[in-house]
Design a protein around this ligand. Structure first.
Ligand code: MSP
Length: 655
């Protein structure tokens, strides 16, 4: 392969790192580390996506100018990744000067080739996705974004269009000639049918806000945030590396979540082709992975179910988290994350399989070989050695192939299959029986063979568990793996005999947790669940008195504390106010309320209110949709607002 360039998406700074974003970043780093093992030169890119309406809005809500806000959150990402053993080569910010200069340059190239033109534009836009939507893509009624569960906005402004339609045929030809470009296969088919369905020109600039890169020659416009963001993969390479880590001189893999595949697989190559890149200068692979879910729901800030990866890393070590994520989720598919399952897997794979193998072999060596690597004569191998050798070849070959095929879960499965084969070999070869018979040559063979397999395993786990790899090697009397460009150290052959080398056992590599220890860890890691809304019914419910409702009926109403962020009158509607209310979701909701005869907008901003959060959206005409209702009491001219006492956070449930 030679040079390997792997990227993560750049993360929006409206959120801090969570397990979902850590997932992609960890897998990218594991791939980087695997490629270092096989002697490739590598470059890993990650960073933050800082422009656009969404970020401008969140910054405003925090009372900060956008750049100060971005500095603050971007730093959280920059600092988080090394704590998860992620070694990126560049952390890019879309507010970096060199990035902005590069984006402007790309824009000019595309403009010079006639692929940008100015025209009026009107469409639906989801600020959460930072993406235009057709009505077909939205849930009705109310034009709701299916991902963010919020109504989208109607955008009408002058824009620069990118002539995406012109690239429909060249893109289809490119996909045809490079079936590996979009992976996995199912996702490829989705993109193919989207493009075959016809591409519309893409609105690529906005005039209704200013937090973005100004369009060269027309600074009233800022660039569409995705035009800016996608370009990071090129701008990050800087001028010296610009061709070095780019095709055809390097193999480029973009890892993305399935929700942002279209931007990467359609818009990005179209921008590049339009700017004059040739087909062989396009990225090699866009791989769309699935979502990490909690109880089947996507983990996200909006759903308030995000897990903090740093807390897990502090408690169990980053390596354990990395292993869990890479092994438990089939890359490409959604995977449910569960703390208890993580600990079970820890005990089974790490503690009882690999950890136990190491302890067993080192323990036997302490007793039988004076804590030294013994010597061996391979010409005297018996059938059990042959079996182990076969398992060895199968597993190391399959694991290597899986890494190259972007299937880390398979690579780890094969790695741990080898550990199981080695454990089975200890049982079958039974060195303790040989000891009773005084068969020292056989003991030496068995333990030497096992130490060699352990050395191979220390290399094979290193892409996901770099620290544990070093610790394991130290116990085996070995230095950390030595990497070098052109030096492929993937152990296709069993490592050589190291007769005489002193071992350094130092306790279990992965001490297993008993039930008590497991419960203590879970108590620390798992946030306390909200008390069940419905009390467990031990006795059948009593018949309802007339005019009453059952508790279950009441519990259907989702009442939440809201904080009013902004408020304005609705033109031509005397009674109505349009409010944006923070109910603890990623973005405030729009709520239309008949409060205008009792309150001025200024009187409401900053107030804590009670929101009926699960009321079906209600249309007030002209695209104005209310997403919830406020509770108030009194006649229209003398309303009092229902509010909460004390310090309840937005989104807190009333029950
Ligand atoms: N800023 C854009 C990406 C621009 S790349 C040129 C963006 N940012 S994001 O922060 O919203 O999402 C970044 C990535 O995190 C996406 O690939 C998304 O799929 C991924 N994930 C967010 N939540 C996730 C899970 N729960 N599980 C797995 N990945 C998830 O989109």
């Amino acid at each position: 392969m030679g040079r390997f360039y792997v990227t993560t998406p750049i993360y929006y700074v409206n959120d801090v790192p969570h397990l979902g974003t850590a997932y992609t970043t960890i897998i990218a780093d594991a791939l980087r580390r695997f490629h270092l093992l096989i002697g490739d030169e590598t470059f890993m890119l990650t960073g933050t996506d800082e422009h656009g309406q969404k970020i401008e809005r969140v910054a405003k809500e925090e009372g900060l100018d956008p750049k100060t806000f971005c500095d603050r959150i971007s730093q959280r990402f920059r600092e988080a990744w090394p704590k998860l053993e992620v070694g990126y080569d560049r952390f890019i910010r879309t507010t970096d000067d060199d990035h902005e200069a590069f984006v402007k340059d790309l824009w000019k190239k595309i403009e010079e080739r006639g692929d940008l033109y100015e025209a009026d534009y009107e469409d639906w836009y989801c600020v959460g996705c930072e993406s235009y939507k057709t009505e077909k893509e939205l849930e009705q009624p109310g034009n709701i974004c299916p991902l963010h569960k919020k109504p989208v906005a109607r955008v009408k402004e002058s824009t620069y269009f990118f002539r995406l339609s012109k690239w429909e045929k060249p893109l289809l030809d490119f996909y045809e000639r490079h079936p590996e470009f979009i992976q996995p296969e199912t996702r490829r088919n989705e993109v193919l049918s989207f493009v075959r369905g016809g591409l519309r020109d893409l609105s690529c600039s906005r005039t209704s806000f200013s937090w973005g890169i100004p369009v060269p020659g027309n600074p009233k416009h800022v660039m569409y945030v995705w035009f800016d963001a996608l370009t990071n993969y090129r701008s990050a390479l800087g001028h010296s590396d610009l061709t070095r880590f780019w095709p055809p001189n390097a193999h480029v893999v973009h890892l993305v979540g399935k929700d942002i595949l279209r931007f990467h697989a359609v818009y990005w190559p179209a921008f590049l082709l339009s700017a004059g890149y040739k087909e062989e200068e396009l990225p090699n692979v866009v791989y769309a992975h699935g979502f990490l879910t909690i109880d089947g729901q996507k983990m996200s800030k909006a759903l308030r179910n995000a897990v903090d990866p740093l807390k897990i890393a502090e408690t169990l070590g980053a390596d354990v988290l990395r292993y869990t994520l890479a092994r438990s989720v089939a890359f490409g598919q959604d995977g449910d994350f569960d703390h208890a399952a993580m600990l079970e897997r820890y005990n089974a794979d790490l503690g009882k399989n690999l950890g136990n193998l190491l302890s067993r072999v080192l323990g036997l060596c302490t007793k039988m070989t004076d804590s030294k690597h013994p010597d061996d004569d391979p010409s005297t191998d018996g059938p059990v050695e042959k079996e182990l050798a076969d398992a060895y070849t199968t597993c190391v070959t399959a694991a290597r192939k899986a890494w190259l095929d972007l299937a880390p879960h398979v690579a780890l499965e094969q790695t741990f299959k080898l550990a199981s084969a080695a454990n089975a070999y200890v049982d079958r070869a039974a060195p303790w029986t040989e000891a009773k018979n005084g068969n020292t040559a056989r003991i030496a063979k068995i333990l030497s063979r096992l130490l060699r397999v352990l050395e191979a395993l220390s290399v094979m786990i290193s892409p996901v568990m770099p620290r544990k790899s070093d610790e394991m090697r130290a116990q085996l009397g070995l230095q950390p793996t030595v990497l070098g460009i052109g030096n492929d150290i993937w152990p296709l052959e069993m490592p050589s005999i190291r007769a005489g080398l002193t071992l350094a056992p130092s306790g279990p590599l992965f001490p297993t947790f008993d039930d008590k220890a497991r419960d203590a860890i879970l108590a620390k890691l798992v946030p306390a669940k909200e008390a069940p809304v419905t009390p467990a019914a031990a006795t059948p419910p009593a018949p309802l008195a007339a005019g009453t409702i059952a508790y279950d009926d009441f519990a259907k109403v989702d009442l939440r504390v809201g904080s009013v962020k902004s408020c304005e009158r609705v033109p031509k509607k005397d009674k109505l106010l349009r409010l944006t209310v923070d109910v603890g979701e990623s973005e405030p909701r729009t709520i239309v309320a008949g409060l205008a005869l009792s309150f001025t907008p200024e009187q409401l901003v900053g107030r804590k209110v009670i929101v009926v959060a699960n009321l079906a959206p209600r249309e007030f005409g002209k695209g104005l949709v209310s997403h919830g209702m406020l509770l108030a009491s009194g006649p229209s001219e003398q309303l009092v607002l229902a509010t909460v006492d004390g310090d309840a956070a937005p989104g807190a449930r009333l029950k």
